[in-house]
Design a binder for this molecule. Structure first.
Ligand code: ADP
Ligand code: MG
Length: 615
């Protein structure tokens, strides 16, 4: 057949042309992916037809098998990919094959020009799949007939230069055939064995049969892997499925398979991805599970099957019980949804709990996903009991480890009746908080909480295993009463009084009160709330949320046994070194608590103190 046409050639859109150039003139070591793209288009067309037929039997060839067939004519260097899918009218061809998919095109072009990523990985990510065939084609002819009984056949033709033609054509059956005249250097794609290998590698889980040549058995295993019995799915198969499903390079952290019959029939294969960020070239564009009903794709990204905080979970869900015509709205209204959701959520939590028993793997999970777990505690009271055992924290005595609440409780002295925590901005600084002196001294461990969400989370958690949580900056463990008097004595009551008065004078607009405490060991002083209803956890949350904090003035407590305090108490009141030293003691506390408004502002004073120490 001659390629000259009576119809005028239609130019490709500008970006399309640019794209074609990039595709054709780059040399791909893996240009075989064009086949994956065409098969995936055929599969999409079949899914769409299947979906259409749920409600409409008035289609052309209603009984034709939903399948893909791939044929070759090696002598002509021709490869044909046919499907019995939804088909295209002439107008649809102009629309769908003449312009590359919209906004994606620009992103693709940019990525293609700047990315270090392999070209083949980029293709298909931006809806440019069809054009990848020009990597191997001298020309491409698409012959199609729409599923609408009254529709006509049409043929699209292009050499991939700068235009294409569309004209009416004879075609008896529903569906589409993409016919490719292979370039001389692409001869390999007429070899059946080569094609078999490519299909196995990239398209094994396409849900429709793919036939090669005149073979009667499909090449792809097709069998939705998630419908197998759990024990028949090997880790390798599951990982392989994950790779084809997401195109992510790294394996998942964990997976779980669900195959239940009651109270609802349900299959699911669910994964914890290696990280919450999808690779930029991931096949998954949004959060959500892929939902099938009786093997028909219902929703590509379904967010109704898990609570929001588990949105990082990837995978497929397939239920025999869902009505086939479920739309988002009918799904949400379906009485089945709560069952599905409960089953899936429980299973996911089990998977995470399981992972939490393997400490190395769990450390990876915790590093990547802890914010989601904390978000769950904050936003869903019902999940608090199942999520709290998953929490891990560095502690005062184990700052480089991840300690669970169970471990904390096991290791605490029997007399300790609270779980102590302290909030701060960074594990390194919070460790030095003066509030922790007494804990360090008495061997009582404290959870170090420095994630921005921790404060908010602690507002939702009052106790664990009947042991109450207590903020270490407000509540301290029991202290034997003896030390108090002794230490103050060692200073001389008179000196102490004088120092307290003087400090109060210097810090008049900053603190409400200055007093002596016996709760400090290594630190000279600390700040404590005196307002009985002032909640340091709540204040921390306000600060993290950058809300106006109502700043009650606090009490400055000093440690009478600390050498700095002792020396200060001995200085005469008119010693010029006193005021800057007192101010510096105060600001050191702000610094240690991570609430100093202007640390560099201290430099001048510190220099002054340095100078006086040199004199
Ligand atoms: P994408 O698949 O991301 O939409 P493609 O470039 O692969 O982008 O395909 C462009 C469009 O052409 C498809 O969205 C579809 O509308 C149409 N198309 C391609 N192949 C077929 C086919 N075999 N049957 C029906 N429509 C097709
Ligand atoms: Mg495509």
């Amino acid at each position: 057949m001659s390629q000259e046409t009576v119809n005028p050639a239609i130019p490709f859109r500008a970006e399309t042309r640019q794209l074609l150039n990039i595709l054709i003139h780059s040399l791909y070591s893996e240009r075989e992916v064009f086949l994956r793209e065409l098969i995936s288009n055929a599969s999409d067309a079949l899914s769409r037809l299947q979906f259409e037929m749920l409600t409409n039997r008035n289609v052309l060839d209603p009984d034709a098998e939903l399948a893909i067939r791939i044929e070759t004519e090696p002598e002509n260097r021709v490869l044909k990919i046919s499907d019995t899918g939804i088909g295209m009218t002439a107008e649809e061809m102009v629309e769908n094959l003449g312009t590359i998919a919209h906004s994606g095109a620009k992103a693709f072009l940019e990525a293609a020009q700047t990315s270090q990523q392999k070209m083949t990985d980029i293709i298909g990510q931006f809806g440019v799949g069809f054009y990848s065939a020009f990597m191997v084609a001298e020309w491409i002819r698409v012959i199609s007939r729409t599923f609408r009984p009254e529709g006509q056949g049409a043929v699209w033709f292009s050499r991939g230069e700068d235009s294409f033609t569309v004209e009416p054509a004879e075609r008896a059956n529903r569906g589409t055939t993409v016919e490719i005249k292979l370039r001389e250097d692409a001869q390999e794609f007429t070899r059946i064995e080569r094609l078999r290998e490519i299909i196995k590698k990239h398209s094994d889980y396409i849900p429709f049969p793919i036939y090669l040549g005149s073979e009667k058995e499909p090449v792809n295993q097709r069998m939705a892997i998630w419908r197998k019995a759990s024990k028949e799915i090997t880790q390798e198969e599951a990982y392989d499925f994950y790779r084809q499903f997401t195109l992510e390079v790294n394996p998942p952290l964990a997976y779980t398979h669900l195959n239940v019959d009651a109270p609802v029939q349900l299959y699911a294969l669910l994964f914890i991805p290696p990280s919450p960020e999808r690779g930029i070239f991931s096949l998954r564009k949004e959060d959500g599970l892929k939902l099938f009903a009786r093997k028909v794709l219902i929703q590509e990204y379904c967010r109704d099957l898990l609570p929001d905080f588990l949105r990082f979970i990837q995978g497929v869900v397939d239920s025999e019980d869902l009505p086939l015509n479920v739309s988002r709205e009918t799904l949400q209204a379906s009485p089945l949804l709560p069952h599905l959701r409960r089953l899936i959520t429980h299973r996911v939590l089990d998977m995470i709990r399981d992972l939490s028993t393997r400490s190395d793997d769990y450390a990876k999970f915790w590093n990547e996903f802890r914010h989601y777990i904390k978000e769950g505690i904050i936003s869903n009271q019902e999940f608090v009991p199942s999520l709290t055992p998953l929490l891990r924290f560095p502690t005062l005595f184990h700052p480089n480890q991840l300690v669970s609440l169970d471990e904390y409780l096991q290791n605490k002295p029997a007399s300790q009746d609270k779980i102590y925590y302290i909030l701060g901005d960074h594990p390194l600084t919070v460790q030095h908080s003066p509030h922790l002196d007494i804990f360090r001294h008495q061997g009582i461990d404290v959870l170090l909480m420095t994630d921005p969400l921790d404060g908010l989370m602690m507002l939702s958690m009052l106790e664990y295993q009947n042991v109450r949580f207590a903020n270490a900056s407000k509540e301290t463990p029991f202290i034997p009463p003896t030390t108090d008097g002794k230490a103050a004595e060692s200073l001389g009551a008179e000196n102490v009084d004088r120092l307290l008065k003087f400090m109060k004078q210097v810090l008049a607009d900053k603190v409400e009160e200055v007093r002596v405490t016996n709760r400090l060991v290594d630190s000279p002083a600390r700040l404590v709330s005196i307002q009985p209803d002032e909640d340091p956890t709540l204040q921390h949350v306000y600060r993290v949320l950058q809300k106006e904090v109502q700043d009650f003035k606090k009490a400055l407590e000093i440690n009478p046994s600390h050498p700095i305090i002792k020396k200060l108490a001995e200085l005469p009141e008119n010693d010029p070194r006193l005021p800057p030293l007192i101010e510096q003691i105060y600001e050191n506390i702000l610094l240690a608590e991570g609430i100093h408004p202007n640390p560099p502002g201290m430099i001048k004073r510190i220099e002054q103190i340095m100078l006086s120490s040199l004199e």
